[in-house]
Design a protein around this ligand. Structure first.
Ligand code: NAP
Length: 542
């Protein structure tokens, strides 16, 4: 294998990294540090991945800033100043650009270039990677740092392309931004992206129609600016924060959407009187609906929490019909809880209307707007906040051919799994950062990404040190792991009314299979470490 300094021929490298978001940047850095020659390809014009593409108004992370950053750079982290408790897209994108410069990563990345094809050569144990710029690179390893939520899905709405106004997508929002002032706007979709963008768009638009197919479970964001001395204080505690973060089953120790799910009240909602239940809402607001021991494990308890949530919505939303339409009909915990800034309050504005698509579906998009079953919405702008083909979509869209020409797309169409979420049988030397079967999206993504990249870097080091040419999951081990992952998907996550992207249920035709590992990051990391200590159990090394 080559040395980075000697890798003059850039068409042959040790590793190709796909993507330059958190995962791609860290992979590029770590693999270079390990003495490998690496090339990264990024389809965007800049670094950032998720935080490059999803620049819709209101885009913000639901993890605290001091934990939503790389954790292994004690000097660097002291230099970076977060301005808010939960940073917005622009600040995270700035952070990643700053990291890329500080670590000197840009010269390793080919921007504006998508990997289109990757073909495994069994005889040479190498991958031939081809880009949309016509470049071919041969690499021993491919590290797919392609993100869990980076393959947008186009909704199958008749006439989508016929609209004469502006069509915007939250997951590839214009870089120059968009001024909604005075416009008649519809937002389609009320997942995290829709819910976050609605209050901001409502404040500008002349009229806003929120087109909801499934209502959202959303909690008010605790975001605020960080006080002048607060960040210094936090910085002085970074070492402790990092330890707590890495000991946490969700990769974050401080308040955030995911850590909220980790906190259990000792009381069961099913044993509490209505007055006690309401008292919890008085005390904790929306969060009080779910601060019960049984809500996450029991469907009846979850139903009780939903009734409480309906009450909490009624306290905020003035119009009773709208308040009722805003209550979800699936269990809390089926989808990721959203953190919003004034979502429900927005429905009290005179310029905002909720359209319940379950009662009044979209018939088609027409040149002047959206034809609903009961009326035509005349519009200047349609914002699609309609989500992603999650976890497998970004790699399934690349023509990846492993042993015997088998495509990853076909393998995952049948069963979207990967051994430990790290690799797929039949695809030697291909590593999937935060792939299906890993905790990833159920945790702080940054922590999960760091863990995977470090595991992969050490694995490649082991192969080199021991003269191995390839590593590949054993099919039986992969199936066993998939079964194990399945045991953690609870009744709420796989409930028939749950149509989450975790299950692939948001993509027409996708196999319904709970993809992430819900057993917790710490348990998962211990398993990954055991696999290494026992000589890469479940992998075939050749
Ligand atoms: P999403 O959660 O999948 O939501 C998509 C929305 O579009 C859903 O309400 C869906 O309705 C609706 N939709 C899809 N196709 C439709 C159609 N043809 N007609 C009408 N409605 C349609 O996608 P997302 O909001 O982009 O969020 C995805 C994930 O990204 C989140 O769960 C989260 O993990 C991450 N994210 C995080 C943050 C954050 O941390 N703050 C922000 C944004 C995104 P149905 O539910 O009925 O299908």
């Amino acid at each position: 294998m080559g040395d980075i300094g000697e890798a003059l021929d850039r068409s042959e490298v040790d590793v190709v990294v796909i993507g330059a978001g958190f995962a791609g940047l860290y992979a590029l850095y770590m693999l270079r540090e390990a003495g490998l020659s690496v090339r990264a390809f990024e389809r965007g014009e800049g670094v950032g991945g998720t935080w490059y593409w999803n620049r819709y108004p209101g885009a913000r992370v639901d993890i605290q800033s001091v934990e939503y950053m790389f954790t292994k750079f004690p000097d660097l982290e002291q230099e970076w100043d977060w301005t808010e408790l939960m940073p917005a897209q622009a600040e995270i994108e700035r952070y990643l650009n700053w990291v890329a410069d500080k670590l000197g990563l840009r010269d390793g990345i080919t921007f504006d270039t998508a990997v289109q094809r990757a073909t495994y050569d069994d005889a040479a144990a190498t991958w031939r990677v081809e880009t949309d710029a016509g470049e071919q690179v041969v690499a021993r390893f491919v590290v797919a740092a392609t993100g869990c939520l980076s393959a947008p899905i186009e909704p199958a709405i008749p006439g989508l392309g016929s609209f004469a106004g502006d069509s915007l997508y939250t997951n590839r929002f214009p870089h120059e931004g968009y001024d909604f002032t005075g416009k008649r706007v519809a937002v389609i979709g009320t997942g995290s992206s829709g819910v976050q963008s609605v209050p901001v768009i409502a404040a500008q638009a002349a009229e806003l129609f929120v087109l909801q197919r499934s209502a959202a479970y959303t909690l008010p964001s605790p975001n605020r600016p960080l006080g002048p001395n607060e960040l210094d204080e936090l910085k002085s505690q970074y070492a402790d924060i990092r330890s707590a973060q890495w000991a946490s089953p969700v990769g974050t120790a401080r308040f955030g959407a995911v850590s909220f799910l980790g906190r259990r009240s000792l009381t069961n909602i099913l044993e509490a009187s209505w007055d006690e239940q309401i008292g919890k809402v008085d005390e904790l607001g929306f969060a009080g609906c779910f601060a019960w021991a049984d809500v996450f494990f029991d469907v009846a308890a979850n139903d009780a929490a939903k009734r409480l949530y309906a009450e909490a919505i009624k306290r905020v939303v003035n119009d009773p019909g709208t308040a009722e339409d805003l209550v979800p009909h699936y269990p809390f915990g089926c989808k990721r809880v959203i953190i919003d800034e004034g979502y429900f309050e927005t429905f009290n504005r005179d310029n905002v209307q909720l359209v319940n698509l379950r009662r009044n579906p979209i018939e088609s998009v027409v040149p002047s707007g959206i034809q609903l079953a009961d009326r035509l919405l005349e519009l200047d702008v349609i914002v699609y906040a309609t989500g992603f083909d999650a976890m497998t979509g970004s790699l399934s869209r690349i023509d990846i051919r492993g042993r015997d020409g088998v495509t990853l797309r076909d393998v995952w169409a049948e069963s979207p799994t990967a051994y430990l979420g790290l690799g797929v049988a039949g695809f030697p030397n291909l590593f999937t950062v935060t792939g299906p079967g890993s905790p990833s999206v159920l945790t702080n993504m940054v922590t999960s990404i760091e863990h995977h990249v470090e595991w992969i870097t050490a694995c490649i080091g082991h192969l080199q040190a021991n003269g191995h040419r390839s590593i590949e999951p054993d099919r039986a081990a992969q199936d066993e792991w998939a079964e194990h992952v399945n045991t953690f998907a609870g009744p709420l996550q796989v409930h028939p009314s749950c149509n989450s992207w975790y299950l692939g249920a948001n993509v027409p035709g996708k196999t319904r299979h709970y993809m992430p590992y819900a057993g917790g990051l710490t348990r998962y990391m211990a398993r990954c470490a055991e696999v290494v200590e026992s000589g890469y159990t479940g992998f075939e090394l050749a």
